[in-house]
Design a protein around this ligand. Structure first.
Ligand SMILES: [Zn+2]
Length: 409
């Protein structure tokens, strides 16, 4: 074990990951072991293969179909601090193995604590029978995850920071999540996110009024405005299952500094043009974009994957795994998929630098990360744009002609 950790710790690391869910990254083997220990129902005969088949998605579906597997394995993690600490620790090991130098991992602590009302009915019965942990608070679960992540950082040499997710349709948690972002900012929490069904945000009109009388369309807009005022960084899931207008709303109402996914921005040339002008960074997740149906459902004429257009237009993007438990992929698989679509190693290197420039790290740590990447890529002569206000892409745009998405079917 010592040898493995040492070799991973000192392995050269050149990738930067900004969009990955902690609960969506748990190893299936670990989940299977915990589920069996607790007697949590596993579909089929209860084998590891059955668990894999019920959780992983191989063919494009829609976002709800993609996320269905979570309901199978989340009961393994809810209220279990030791389990989430273990998942967090193993997560860092997997990142190090995947050559990730720095990663911002996200999750919603409220989805891990039955005190908020989450979890299937049978958890209650299990608790009564003594087969299950007592209810925890979201703070307990965050602390446990941070503990595992910190141990992993020390052992495996990948730097990890945390983003806390609000969930659309559960805005009753959003103020508490903002409170946690502030309270744990010295312990590795660097930003806030919102995930979930984009259609909910469009539909809900739960107005929120600030003390100064300022009115907000919904609670989350109010929370994200406060996050901005408190200096808490913001990223927003948008333009994945929802339309391009969701990206615009993320920028205007939620003050997003980065967009999670954002593929459907291409459906509205004006909003796309604005994103180019404002140098918006997109957190691209290749396999998940395909499996959630986000790309197949694009209404653009060519149906080409938006990342190809981003490359051609010099749009800033990073490469991410999103939910490896569901996709069964690692960072290298994502990179390989992009290469099969026509991207080169130069694009991937550029994506690493773009990701580094758009991390939520303070300037001096951002500089250190960029220096680490320069060393990993062997780039000696390299003038850095100011990390606080990224201006130009760090690597010249490679001249590549892409085939169409349809050609690559
Ligand atoms: Zn996501």
């Amino acid at each position: 074990m010592f040898v493995t950790q040492q070799s991973l710790k000192h392995k050269p690391k050149c990738r930067v990951q900004l969009h990955v869910h902690l609960d969506g990254s748990a190893r299936l083997e670990t989940l299977w072991e915990i589920m069996r220990q607790k007697g949590i129902p596993i579909p089929g005969t209860g084998s590891l293969r059955d668990l894999k088949e019920s959780v992983q998605v191989e063919e494009p579906t829609d976002l709800n179909g993609f996320l269905k597997g979570f309901s199978v394995f989340m009961p393994a993690l809810i209220d279990d601090e030791a389990a989430i600490e273990r998942v967090a620790y193993e997560f860092v090991e997997d990142q190090a193995r995947d050559s990730v130098a720095y990663c911002e991992v996200r999750f919603c602590p409220h989805l891990l604590s039955s005190s908020t009302g989450v979890g299937p009915k049978y958890l209650e019965t299990m608790k009564l029978n003594g087969n299950y942990h007592d209810a925890t608070t979201p703070d307990d679960m965050l602390k446990a995850a941070l503990k595992g992540l910190h141990r992993g950082e020390v052992d495996f040499g990948t730097k990890i920071r945390v983003l806390l997710c609000c969930i659309r349709g559960h805005s009753q948690w959003s103020w508490d999540i903002l409170r946690m972002c502030e309270e744990y900012r010295d312990q590795g929490v660097v930003g806030i996110d919102i995930a979930g069904d984009e259609a909910v945000l469009m539909k809900t009109k739960d107005k929120s009024v600030a003390a100064n009388g300022e009115e907000f369309e919904d609670i989350d807009s109010h929370v994200f405005k406060m996050a901005k005022e408190k200096g808490i960084h913001r990223t927003v899931h948008a333009g994945e299952a929802g339309p391009a207008e969701g990206v615009e709303a993320a920028l205007d109402n939620l003050h997003a500094e980065r967009i999670g996914h954002g593929y459907r921005v291409l459906e509205n040339p004006d909003i796309y043009e604005r994103c180019i002008k404002e140098k918006v960074h997109f957190e691209v997740c290749p396999h998940s974009s395909y499996l959630t149906g986000a790309v197949n459902h694009l209404t653009t004429k060519s149906k080409r994957h938006p990342v190809l257009r981003f490359c051609e237009d010099g749009v800033s993007f990073s490469v991410n795994t999103d939910d490896p438990t569901i996709t069964g992929t690692a960072m290298e698989d994502e990179c390989r998929l992009l290469c099969s679509w026509g991207l080169s190693e130069a694009h991937l290197a550029k994506a690493s630098f773009e990701a580094a420039l758009h991390t939520f790290l303070p300037p001096e740590e951002k500089h250190a990360l960029i220096a680490q990447l320069q060393e990993a890529f062997g780039i000696v002569e390299f003038s850095l744009p100011a990390p606080v206000q990224p201006q130009s892409p760090p690597v010249a745009k490679p001249a590549v002609t892409f085939s169409t998405w349809a050609d690559r079917s």
